[in-house]
Design a protein around this ligand. Structure first.
Ligand code: NDP
Length: 237
């Protein structure tokens, strides 16, 4: 029987919670990982794990627990991410490293932990959430754009190394999506960004979740090493 367990990082809220819900609707058994959970979390996946994706040993132990508890991992969604914005000439090097650690090293830790099982079963779907700002650049986000662009490079290598093993690796590059991350922006900056979206609206977490579910599905088995932009037409790379 084909493995049917999906891991989603950053699952407690925002896009990650929507991805958990959508993958469950598609029949995957979902283990959600986050560094903290609280009572307000909108969606509760089948399994909740508390783990910081920057800690490789903790990630490896967590993946082992999931595999021995509910079964081999078939789908990995690297969604956990943070921002620490500042202009490059003022950016604290610690904030540069912190963003690289969560947004780029984190996905590598997860990929490293799940690949042996995926290769053994000759099946896997790895989807990593990059960003439109990795494709176009964004003032104030040297750390974030570097990490999210790095994630695209990492994805292409993993796609190449594992294509013959039935494993695909792709990125989704969201545009401007309504979550706590964007709610934290200054109101006028947020409104100006929305005004630039040709579709005339901000994206919803469900827009990203549907794309992830497609890339995890059997219809997407011949798509690998790609970046799928989901941005309402804001950037056409
Ligand atoms: P949110 O900030 O709403 O949620 C991110 C989740 O990731 C939080 O639950 C957060 O936990 C968790 N997380 C952060 N760091 C870690 C860590 N070290 N280990 C485990 N979990 C962690 O973000 P969004 O839902 O908006 O974004 C999801 C992804 O989509 C991110 O990768 C983001 O960069 C990307 N993206 C978002 C866009 C948008 O417009 N919203 C646009 C383009 C890309 P905690 O609550 O503890 O911080």
């Amino acid at each position: 029987m084909r493995p049917d367990v999906a891991i989603v990082t950053g699952a407690a809220r925002g896009i990650g919670a929507a991805i958990c819900k959508r993958l469950e609707a598609a029949g995957w058994r979902v283990a959600g990982l986050d560094r903290s959970w609280d009572d307000d979390n909108v969606h509760v996946p089948v399994v909740r794990e508390t783990v910081d994706v920057t800690d490789f040993d903790a990630v490896r132990n967590c993946v082992s627990r999931i595999e021995s508890g509910i079964g081999p991992v078939a789908v990995l969604v690297n969604n956990a991410g943070i921002t620490r914005d500042a202009m490059a000439h003022k950016m604290n090097p610690r904030d540069f490293t912190a963003v690289i650690d969560v947004n780029l090293a984190g996905p590598f830790h997860l990929i490293r932990a799940v690949l042996p099982t995926m290769r053994e079963h000759a099946f896997g779907r790895i989807v990593s959430i990059s960003s439109m700002n990795a494709q176009r650049g964004q003032a104030g986000q040297a750390n974030y754009a570097a990490a999210k662009a790095g994630l695209i490079g990492l994805t292409k290598v993993v796609a190449l190394e594992n294509a013959a093993r039935g494993i695909t690796a792709n990125c989704v590059a969201p545009g401007f999506i309504e979550t706590d991350m964007t709610a934290a922006m200054r109101g006028d900056v947020r409104d100006a960004e929305i005004a630039r979206i040709p579709a005339g609206r901000i994206g919803a977490p469900a827009d990203i979740a549907g794309t992830v579910a497609f890339l995890a599905s059997s219809e997407a088995s011949f798509i690998t090493g790609q970046v799928l932009s989901v941005n309402g037409g804001q950037l056409m790379p």
